[in-house]
Design a protein around this ligand. Structure first.
Ligand SMILES: [Zn+2]
Length: 314
């Protein structure tokens, strides 16, 4: 009898203990949550994803990571031209246009055909930021025959984002837009300085590697490295002629030029179908290398291409 009584009491005690503990759980969770939030705040530019994040649009993939890093992951940074698509023949979908009206800012190179028509779709054009401001632009044709049926020989070459030097100017333009819209967010400006530091190192590296190698030219199907070539004093030999395949005569001239300049590698982007590529490569005994100037990690891509063109040809 006595044994049973003690057992019952013990049982009661443990029941009360767990009951009280269970009541404490929400309080403990709140405390833990408070500590976690504080840690995130102190970490500054670390991820602070919210469920109702505001959006910023960029037109092409290489701008996404830069804008995301500059704004410390505070926004949902969306890309208009999908990965693997050609920006020259791209048109925004009606869904994207609808989303554009909610975007805080829209960053564009300001030079690609579809970007120029974006103003039609946005009510307040001050949200549309042209990142080419301050860059010395190069005449060129980056149009494609399937786009308008004719080439724009008086156009501007839009591929500014593949040169570290032009990229620095573009990031400064991103910064000034952020200063206008979010003047209190000093963490953005610290973040921008870190990006600029990195790009300045990349710029130095590119200059040194190319100069040390004695490389005089880069051969590529589509003229994606026009500004890189200009900034580091090499020649870009483009196979595509004003958005079209080269004629047999142009092909002969190209092969001659490639031989003179000692071309051993030919670059091409997966977006463009290179019918004539293998015949040229065979003719000059060059290696075909796929590159991706529309990569989200544009810094790694530039570094890779510069290393390849700076390698000795043997
Ligand atoms: Zn292009």
């Amino acid at each position: 009898m006595a044994n049973i009584l003690i057992f019952k009491q013990k049982n009661k005690i443990s029941y009360h203990f767990f009951y009280n503990f269970a009541q404490q759980i929400p309080k403990l969770m709140k405390k833990l949550f408070a500590i976690l939030s504080l840690t995130l705040l102190i970490a500054g530019c670390s991820e602070s994803k919210e469920t109702d994040q505001k959006s910023i649009f960029v037109t092409i993939p290489p701008l996404q990571a830069l804008v995301n890093e500059a704004t410390c992951g505070d926004f949902d940074v969306e890309i208009l031209v999908p990965q693997g698509a050609s920006p020259e023949s791209y048109e925004p979908t009606s869904q994207q246009i609808a989303k554009l009206s909610d975007a805080e800012l829209i960053f564009s190179t300001g030079l690609i055909d579809f970007e120029k028509s974006l103003t039609r779709h946005i009510d307040n054009s001050s949200r549309l930021i042209d990142l080419s401001q301050g860059i010395e632009l190069i005449k060129g044709s980056c149009s494609h025959h399937h786009h308008h049926g004719h080439s724009h020989s008086h156009g501007v070459d839009p591929h500014i984002w593949t040169s570290p030097r032009a990229l620095i100017t573009m990031v400064r333009n991103i910064e000034s837009a952020l200063r206008t819209s979010y003047s209190d967010s000093t963490k953005y400006f610290d973040s921008v300085e870190r990006i600029i530091d990195r790009l300045e190192t990349l710029d130095k590296e590119c200059g040194e590697h190319i100069a040390a190698s004695g490389t005089k030219a880069i051969m590529i199907y589509h003229p994606a490295y026009t500004y890189l070539a200009r900034d580091y004093a090499i020649e870009q030999i483009t196979i595509e002629q004003e958005g079209k395949e080269p004629t047999p005569h142009q092909l002969v001239v190209l092969i001659e030029r490639a031989r003179t300049m000692g071309i051993k590698r030919i670059f091409h982007q997966p977006q463009y179908s290179p019918d004539k590529l293998s015949s040229i490569a065979e003719e000059i005994d060059a290696e075909i290398i796929e590159c991706d100037p529309l990569s989200q990690d544009i810094e790694a891509e530039i570094r890779k291409v510069v290393e390849l063109i700076s390698q000795s040809n043997e």
